[in-house]
Design a protein around this ligand. Structure first.
Ligand code: SAM
Length: 323
């Protein structure tokens, strides 16, 4: 397969109204394959055996920590929004777990620009939506639109796995401002990093015959072996850039790299030979490497994904920043 990347430093993208349409079309076409590729077994919600198992566990730990903080502060009700929710796996995880933690009223909204993903999310969510006290809904909507949620109404806002990579970069600050406006609790976002291994986002890389990541125009062009051609917005972030954008709107708690080493070195049949067997100690050392270098400026941009966790600024800090 041919992989072309140029130039290595991302610059700007055309604020192209077709970008959301193209992303929607790519994820609509991805169909059921995307669900398995990205999130693993949809029935085994907490199995974390998907392709990004290591980073999924880290993201889930970050989410659980914030849910614990809310519950420990006495909250019994929870409002969640998941932007670019895809098949809705993350929102179902949050709802099912929050319910088991004793939140008695949970209002959760997932939205995505890809209709096929929302159709799938609605079908899969029937179990979680039936829990007492739970109001769970999925809608087709574009992140480019203002969020319908009221100011300071959301306890947990999620925007996970590449949603912001597909937004025109010129628009991402405004989008971050929207999350800041509606969030009273925590905002958690993950994006693909600039030095990550090549991706076609919607499926595994071996389905591609040719892949072009054009950093000049923030565009990903893919020729698949089955003859299809995909073309959609793809802006890859540096950690400094992500921190700058989110930090312009909220107080950033942490920015870390996810899957710096696992996805390259773990003996996993999906990317390394099935014959490669590693002792337990190997996994412990990999996890230790991840932990050691997750925030190291020399390594962070080589992570597969970057995760930022943020909370709203206090009124005093907002005023100080205005002065
Ligand atoms: C890699 S998927 C991640 C899905 C889900 N968050 C997850 O982690 O499983 C990226 C999602 O972003 C959605 N997306 C891209 N651009 C969007 C936009 N402008 N508004 C809403 N969703 C968008 C895509 O349709 C796709 O479902």
């Amino acid at each position: 397969m041919n992989v072309h990347r140029w130039p290595l430093t991302p610059r700007h993208s055309p604020a192209d109204s077709a970008t959301a349409f193209n992303a929607a079309s790519a994820y609509d076409q991805a169909g059921d394959d995307y669900l398995t590729y990205a999130d693993g077994d949809p029935v085994n919600l907490f199995g974390f055996e998907g392709r990004y198992a290591y980073s999924d566990r880290r993201v889930w730990a970050a989410i659980r920590r914030r849910l614990d903080a809310l519950r420990n502060a006495g909250a019994r009700s929870l409002r969640v929004v998941d932007a670019g929710c895809g098949p809705g796996t993350w929102l179902r995880r949050v709802v099912v777990h929050a319910h088991s933690m004793g939140f008695t009223r949970i209002v959760a909204r997932g939205f995505d620009v890809a209709e096929a993903q929302i159709r799938r999310a609605r079908v899969l969510a029937r179990d979680a939506a039936g829990l007492p006290g739970v109001e769970l809904r999925f809608e087709v909507s574009d992140l480019a639109r203002p969020l319908p949620e009221a100011d300071n109404s959301i306890d947990l806002a999620l925007c996970l796995y590449c949603v912001l990579n597909h937004a025109p970069i010129a628009d991402v600050r405004r989008v971050a401002g929207e999350f800041a406006r509606v969030t009273r609790g925590y905002f958690i976002v993950t994006v693909r990093a600039v030095g990550s291994q090549p991706t076609i986002y919607v499926d595994s890389i071996d389905k591609a015959r040719d892949l072009r990541q054009d950093h000049e125009h923030d565009l990903c062009e893919v020729d698949l072996h089955d003859g299809r051609h995909l073309s959609f917005a793809s802006h890859l972030f540096t950690a400094v850039e992500l921190r700058g954008i989110i930090g312009g709107a909220m107080e950033v708690d942490e920015v870390r790299g996810l899957d710096l080493f696992h996805n390259r070195f773990a003996p996993d049949a999906r990317w390394n030979p099935a014959t490669l067997v590693a002792p337990e100690q190997f996994f412990r050392e990999l996890a230790c490497l991840e932990e050691t270098f997750a925030t190291d400026p020399n390594f962070i941009d080589r992570a597969t994904h970057l995760m930022a966790v943020a909370h709203p600024r206090s009124a005093r800090r907002r005023a100080a920043m205005r002065d």
